[in-house]
Design a binder for this molecule. Structure first.
Ligand code: NAG
Ligand code: NAG
Ligand code: NAG
Ligand code: NAG
Ligand code: NAG
Ligand code: NAG
Ligand code: NAG
Ligand code: NAG
Ligand code: NAG
Ligand code: NAG
Ligand code: NAG
Length: 554
């Protein structure tokens, strides 16, 4: 019944040729009734591509529907801090391009929200959730925003986040930012959304845009993705450019897609990855052409794959029993898909990693250094904030920033570091130590611990144990939905969570795949095979959901 998105089999040239040589085809071949257009909570990039091509709806109508959905849930969930006032105009111009036979690629005309720390040079602000940078103007779009626009995506707005990517308070909460207040999860009232890419995760899950971009320094894509029942890719540090993204740490920051399916995340990763002269970490990318990560995904990818379980990173507690039980069952599923499972493929230096405070030290000096660099690039900076100490002063003095109820201890610790910037010897040593603890002492060591000469292909962990070790040495992680807390779970807070529940019935959790640097393709292949076999996401139920659909705007 659905026509196939042939253009990506044929390649863009061919499609343009078809569209131009047979202009009548465009817009006159819709084969479905409006009621049969997939719901925006389920629709995929392939669906959108097919239906836009066939003229079932336009990008303009699609964008209208997303804006309406945001309006229906945002006053409760606070997931979207700003809409792009130009979104509909941009959609209309992409529709016009399509009518003229120009299709930029899989993201042409697809609305995407981006986290509020990814700069855009347009009518929107880029503030990391804080008032400090409201009205600040970057010199250009960030590389991420520019790449999305080149690929034809519509930047629909900015998603809310834990303020300063959770790098401010020792007693804050995930998903709180002064500008939008507390973001909460759609899985239970007042449930912790996790962070720091909280708004991105919720918006993706509920279909407030097709997908989103998030950023991760340590866990900020993987954790909110697993807690909101979606797929998150935390790319190798250096695969995606950080130019004009409000930083924490050049050694750990990375930008990645958050989507409802592995294939959609893969489409977006292919669009945003690549070398950038403005971020020299991207010079480490080992290939000249960015892979089409979405192209050859197969349900059989796990057949013959060597998969390790770093058991020494999994700690049992009452709260994790549900997750570990589900994880143990998942291992059997993966084995049944043809993988060879290697138990106790442990991180060799994990105990040393747990004792180490390298990252606290390094993130502190990186933040001082990298924040100053970011601020120095701004062409307008209304509050004249040029350093961490200016930022501390601003946040302490502006009552909207909720100081001292939410402290600035993490910043004071960073200020207190004896290193003035991250070129100091101590910072270099901390990074070298991290490269070992995350590499030979961590992920690489575990991958080499079994599986013969070539070692293992990947490691799997419950997502809640996957982020830290990958963060310190810049390794990639892909997370997919794995399960949910049972319906008889008692909702519970903890002493630090203020009004938020930390555990609740129906709370989702994820499975993470970890691998070598720049080995995203393998991880995506494995995650796809697992996702297609289990379709865990479909079992999730939210207590709140937007109702607007494309058919309401035709
Ligand atoms: C989304 O897809 C799932 C699985 O096919 C289906 O159960 C659900 O009803 C769909 N949701 C909507 C709103 O159409
Ligand atoms: C950006 O912030 C300014 C305040 O400085 C506000 O007037 C404007 O509406 C904001 N932009 C958007 C798109 O919300
Ligand atoms: C969403 O809600 C938050 C909190 O009220 C608000 O700051 C933000 O502007 C809202 N977003 C939109 C698009 O209206
Ligand atoms: C990037 O440039 C800085 C400053 O010149 C240098 O210290 C660093 O080693 C470079 N990093 C990479 C990965 O090339
Ligand atoms: C774990 O659960 C057991 C049995 O319900 C209880 O006795 C124990 O106090 C719990 N432990 C923690 C750390 O909550
Ligand atoms: C999961 O499997 C491991 C290894 O077999 C076992 O030690 C552990 O007790 C299991 N945990 C749960 C909660 O089933
Ligand atoms: C890190 O640990 C070392 C030794 O354990 C200690 O001397 C140092 O003060 C710690 N640094 C920070 C920033 O906590
Ligand atoms: C920022 O600096 C400019 C130029 O020195 C000054 O005019 C302005 O008042 C300052 N703004 C704030 C908020 O301090
Ligand atoms: C957070 O810490 C600050 C500084 O220690 C304190 O003043 C404030 O009361 C704390 N907030 C909460 C909610 O405990
Ligand atoms: C920062 O350093 C000062 C002076 O050494 C010390 O009193 C304070 O406790 C430190 N603050 C933090 C948050 O580490
Ligand atoms: C919840 O239900 C499961 C069966 O689905 C049962 O094994 C478990 O003991 C129940 N837990 C509580 C806290 O009632």
């Amino acid at each position: 019944m659905f026509s196939k998105p042939l253009m990506y089999v044929l390649g863009l040239q061919t499609v343009s040729a078809i569209a131009v040589s047979n202009p009548l085809r465009y817009g006159y071949s819709c084969k479905i009734m409006p009621a049969d257009i997939p719901s925006l909570v389920n629709i995929t990039i392939d669906d959108i591509t097919t239906h836009l091509y066939d003229g079932c709806f336009t990008s303009y109508q699609l964008t209208q529907a997303y804006i309406a959905r945001i309006g229906q849930v945002n006053s409760t969930l606070h997931a979207v801090v700003e809409l792009n006032p130009d979104a509909l105009t941009i959609a209309a111009s992409l529709d016009a391009e399509r009518r003229n036979g120009k299709i930029r690629g899989p993201l042409h005309g697809v609305p995407i929200l981006i986290k509020d720390n990814i700069a855009t040079l347009d009518k929107m602000n880029t503030t990391a959730g804080s008032y400090a940078l409201l009205g600040a103007v970057p010199p250009s779009d960030s590389t991420m925003a520019a790449k999305l626009r080149d690929a034809g995506a519509i930047i629909l707005g900015k998603s809310g986040m834990s303020e300063w990517a959770n790098y401010r308070s020792s007693n804050g909460t995930s998903g709180w930012g002064a500008r939008h207040g507390q973001i909460t999860s759609a899985y239970y009232p007042n449930l912790d959304p996790s962070g720091s890419s909280s708004g991105s995760a919720i918006a993706t899950d509920l279909g407030l845009s097709l997908a989103t971009l998030g950023t991760e320094t340590s866990g900020s894509i993987i954790s909110p993705s697993e807690r909101n029942n979606i797929v998150g890719i935390k790319p190798t540090v250096g695969l995606t450019s950080r130019y004009l993204v409000i930083p924490i740490s050049e050694h750990q920051d990375t930008i990645g897609p958050m989507a409802r399916t592995v294939k959609d995340a893969a489409y977006i990763l292919s669009a945003i990855a690549g070398k950038d002269k403005n971020d020299n970490y991207t010079s480490q990318i080992p290939f000249d052409t960015i892979p089409e990560y979405w192209k050859n995904l197969k349900r059989t990818s796990l057949k013959g794959a060597k998969i390790g379980i770093p058991r020494n990173a999994i700690t049992s507690s009452n709260d994790t029993t549900t997750i570990i039980t589900a994880f143990n069952q998942t291992i059997e599923i993966i084995r049944n898909l043809g993988a060879e499972i290697y138990e106790n493929a442990n991180f060799p230096a994990y105990d040393q990693f747990l004792q180490s405070n390298n990252s606290d030290m390094l993130m502190g000096v990186d933040f001082k250094t990298n924040l100053k660099q970011y601020l120095s690039l701004l062409v307008q900076n209304p509050n004249n904030i040029t350093s961490l100490s200016d930022l501390i002063k601003f946040v302490k003095s502006d009552p909207r920033e909720d100081y001292p109820d939410r402290d600035v201890d993490i910043w004071i610790q960073a200020e207190n570091q004896t290193c003035v910037d991250n070129t100091c010897d101590a910072a270099r040593k901390a990074y070298e130590s991290n490269l070992y603890l995350g590499g030979e002492g961590g992920i690489l060591g575990a991958l080499k611990s079994a599986g013969g000469k070539d070692g293992l292909d990947a490691l799997i962990l419950p997502s809640s144990f996957a982020s830290d070790i990958a963060a310190i040495a810049g390794y990639p992680v892909v997370t997919v939905p794995m399960g949910f807390y049972p319906s008889n779970t008692t909702a519970a807070k903890d002493e630090y969570s203020r009004e938020l529940f930390e555990i609740a019935p129906g709370l989702p959790f994820g499975l993470s795949f970890l691998g070598r640097r720049f080995d995203e393709q393998k991880l995506i292949n494995f995650a796809f095979a697992y996702e297609q076999e289990t379709k865990v996401r479909e079992r999730g139920t939210t207590y709140i959901a937007p109702k607007a659909e494309i058919k309401d705007f035709l």
